[in-house]
Design a protein around this ligand. Structure first.
Ligand code: F6P
Length: 407
């Protein structure tokens, strides 16, 4: 066992678009708030700064057979390694090396130069292809890809990932590492040889969902709402469109990078009114946020259900949380997909402080139950109005839970 040391190098490992930078920022945030001097050393930042003429958007720059580029990238890595070392020689306590670091060669370079303090490798993985795709689409909006059409940029980025896959070697011999499922904030493997400083804090930080500002909104009034009908895919009424416009005006001064909705027209139409008054705002419809499927009762009013299917009505009333509509869903059976939707939204929205979800009555109840303790049997009764929204903050040192009017 190495002696206990106060200082630490954290080396991120993983293919592009797996959440490494997000995790790095999250750790830096938590450490700095706890007066632990921390700094991130990102190779991409150096590449964009010192090699702007090199077309670093091009996948060719990442081809392992492109000797010049390989050498240049090695130089950038070394530059950061040296900066990190300098930092820990001074006041710094944690240096985070944020780069792919997927080859043994690259990690050997790190180990040769950073023998003065222990190293913890954090490997990030995210196997959800839909999320990776969306994440790439977001990445290519950066200035590095400004000269390319979006689809070309996406395909260049994907080729870049393929090149990194060619040189990928798993963490095996390294003294200290952990593998993180960065979509679910879940540690899947842990291997520790040394006594590492701050380890429990790091672990805690990796598995915690931080919510800076979550705006949880229910779609505004629809034709079905007026008739008290459930499910379906109806449009907003003129009143619903007015409400959506008011929401747009309310949020106009806040920067909303993504609005996550369901695939239903009512949530998308509400989101469009907000998007109209934003810049660079993307609407992401997620199937996970579709409203509870009422099976054979879709499109019916509660009154009709009670009259024509009294057994359905009373069984649901007796145990609303666990009841499953014939041919449809129930609150409990939606739990898993809602959880996945929330994870996807948080993964994609990881760099910005404001996250907006526009859902439905049952869906929003389930989302709220992630953040608000409620007994399961009480979840299907949480108040979800259409003229107000929930604002939620849950960081280490701040908790807010408020229901606010927007007009
Ligand atoms: O009425 C709107 C609605 O979103 C329906 O589509 C859905 O079935 C219902 O609310 C869910 O609320 P509850 O579980 O209270 O019936």
């Amino acid at each position: 066992m190495m002696s206990k040391d106060e200082k630490l190098y954290i080396v991120m490992v993983g293919l592009p678009s797996q959440g490494k930078s997000t995790v790095s920022f999250r750790m830096q945030d938590v450490f700095r708030k706890n007066s632990i001097p921390t700094k991130i050393f990102n190779n991409g930042v150096l590449r964009r700064k010192y090699a702007p003429e090199m077309d670093t958007w091009s996948s060719h720059f990442y081809n392992p057979d492109n000797a010049d580029a390989v050498e240049l990238r090695r130089q950038f890595a070394l530059m950061n390694i040296q900066k990190a070392r300098q930092y820990l020689r001074g006041q710094g306590q944690v240096a985070i090396l944020d780069a792919t670091n997927v080859s043994k060669d690259r990690r050997a370079l790190i180990e040769e130069n950073l023998g003065d303090h222990p190293i913890l490798y954090i490997q990030c993985t995210n196997n959800d292809t839909e999320i990776v795709e969306l994440s790439i689409r977001y990445k290519v909006k950066s200035s590095e890809f400004a000269s390319l059409a979006e689809d070309t940029a996406v395909s260049e980025f994907k080729k870049r990932i393929e090149y990194y896959k060619m040189i990928y070697e798993d963490l095996v011999e390294e003294r200290n590492y952990l593998r993180l499922d960065s979509l679910h904030n879940k540690i899947i493997d842990e291997h520790l040889t040394d006594q590492l400083p701050l380890y429990s804090r790091i672990r805690d930080c990796l598995v915690t969902d931080v919510v800076k500002n979550l705006y949880l909104i229910r779609h505004t009034e629809t034709y079905f709402n007026v008739e008290d009908r459930i499910g379906g895919d109806t449009d907003l009424t003129p009143k619903g469109l007015e409400q959506a416009k008011a929401l747009g005006e309310f949020f106009q001064k806040k920067k909303i990078a993504y609005i996550f909705t369901s695939e239903k027209k009512r949530t998308i139409q509400t989101a469009q009114a907000i998007q109209r008054l934003q810049q660079g705002c993307t609407i992401v419809p997620l199937k996970e946020f579709n409203e509870i499927h009422a099976g054979i009762c879709e499109g019916m009013s509660y009154d009709e259900i009670q009259r024509t299917m009294p057994e359905v009505y009373s069984a649901r009333k007796a145990d609303k949380y666990n009841y499953v509509y014939p041919g449809g869903e129930g609150y409990n059976s939606m739990k898993e997909r809602i959880k996945i939707g929330v994870k996807k939204a948080f993964f994609l929205n990881r760099r910005t402080d404001n996250i907006m979800i526009i859902g439905h009555r049952a869906v929003n109840r389930m989302i709220l139950s992630h953040f608000l303790y409620r007994r399961e049997e009480d979840v299907p009764f949480i108040y979800i109005p259409q003229d107000k929204f929930y604002h939620i903050v849950a960081t280490q040192d701040r908790k807010i839970f408020e229901l606010k009017r927007y007009q």
